[in-house]
Design a protein around this ligand. Structure first.
Ligand SMILES: Cc1cc2nc3c(=O)[nH]c(=O)nc-3n(C[C@H](O)[C@H](O)[C@H](O)COP(=O)(O)OP(=O)(O)OC[C@H]3O[C@@H](n4cnc5c(N)ncnc54)[C@H](O)[C@@H]3O)c2cc1C
Length: 346
């Protein structure tokens, strides 16, 4: 089998790069072994405002300009809706926060996103005496639904191998690579935290952070927007809500933990005042980088090898643009911005 690319990993990074190849009529095969699940458990929220300090997310406007049409056209291609528009209601903790909100609303970047008003709380199930700030033009991608549908799509086209990519079997030939019966011009590694097992990228500069989420059933909550206080509460339909997430830099296991659940429940009970039942609990490891920027580019020595990683806490917004940038770099020799290039760590 001769292809242009081998992709290792089908999370958001691998999916976005595969899609970029399809749109450019290039052939590829993807290997996916289900060893990581960051993209599958992700809450999928996209939002250009850092909700702690009311500052802009790095490069947000440009990322959204590419990400929103990217997901829209994928919805068409897969005949599936997975991008749902929801407003975010940020719970104010004090008068000071209300004042900070108005100060931020005056900045030109936020005009299309932050509403310069204090929204009073009229939901008796929520504890928000200082009201809310409302953010519009945001939403969430059902990443699990998207990845499942995209896997099927690739499988039907014989472009997916649901197996472990064994690094020891990769042969580097002049200008190409060979892996078992596949010969490719290039291999792009999109393994998320799984890259820690990749011998070609030892000491990869990740600062991975585990996250846990719970799903609750709360019939009396009746909330149709995304709520942000100490945790996010996201409506899933059928009286269910996703609550998260934790940040743990020490635990590298993929298992949900009693400590993670306890932390989420403690924060949740400060925000909502209705009965609920926990119906699910998941965890994943976010492939965050040391300087909170994505990491992409070619291997220092092997031109036929590249990485797309470091998507951190914002894979939904970042992946489509970063895949496009990496493609331009590999196929058209476009220079990578030093802020995102793997070479910045040399
Ligand atoms: C709890 C939680 C909540 C989050 N919420 C959000 C959110 O609301 N919004 C947002 O934008 N982002 C969110 N994120 C972050 C987002 O999930 C990540 O940025 C994104 O998933 C990273 O994607 P990735 O493809 O780089 O990595 P991954 O999703 O980890 O994908 C890597 C893939 O490679 C595969 N793989 C690895 N090694 C091999 C191998 N040797 N052979 C074959 N396959 C291999 C793995 O099985 C995996 O499928 C959240 C993450 C977590 C954990």
């Amino acid at each position: 089998m001769d292809v242009d690319y081998i992709i290792v990993g089908l999370g958001l990074a691998g999916l976005a790069f595969a899609e970029e190849l399809e749109r450019n009529d290039m052939s590829f095969v993807v290997f996916e072994n289900r060893s990581q699940n960051s993209s599958r458990v992700a809450a999928g929220v996209y939002n250009p405002v850092i909700l702690k300090r009311f500052t802009p997310v790095w490069d947000a406007q440009d990322q959204l300009k590419i990400a929103l049409p990217f997901y829209r056209s994928l919805e068409k291609k897969l005949s599936l809706q997975f991008d749902e528009k929801y407003d975010i209601y940020r719970v104010f903790a004090s008068i000071e926060e209300q004042n900070n909100w108005f100060a931020a609303c005056d900045k030109p970047f936020f005009v299309n996103f932050m509403i310069p008003e204090i929204i009073p709380n009229n939901n008796p199930g929520i504890n928000a005496p200082f009201g809310y700030g409302k953010i519009i033009n945001t939403g969430k991608v059902d990443t699990s639904k998207l990845l499942e549908a995209y896997s099927k799509y690739l499988d039907n086209k014989n472009k997916l191998r649901q197996e472990h990519f064994d690094y020891t079997q990769l042969n580097l030939l002049p200008d190409t690579v060979k892996y078992k019966n596949v010969k490719a011009k290039k291999v792009v590694f999109c393994e998320g935290f799984g890259i820690k097992k990749n011998p070609f990228f030892e000491d990869f500069p990740l600062n991975e952070v585990k996250g846990e989420l719970i799903t609750i059933n709360a019939p009396a909550l009746d909330m149709h927007y995304m709520l942000k206080a100490a945790v996010f509460i996201l409506p899933l339909g059928n009286n269910c809500y996703q609550v998260g997430a934790t940040f743990n830099w020490k635990d590298k296991s993929l298992r949900p933990t009693p400590e993670g659940k306890k932390e989420l429940l403690k924060k949740l009970k400060k925000i909502i005042k209705v009965d609920f039942e926990v119906v699910d609990h998941e965890a994943g490891i976010r492939p965050a980088s040391k300087d909170r920027r994505p990491i992409l580019g070619k291997h220092q020595r092997y031109e036929q090898m590249a990485v797309l990683n470091g998507l951190g806490t914002r894979g939904v917004m970042l992946a489509p643009k970063m895949a496009k940038v990496l493609f331009g770099h590999l196929e058209n020799n476009h220079l990578l911005d030093m802020e995102i290039a793997i070479g910045r760590f040399d």
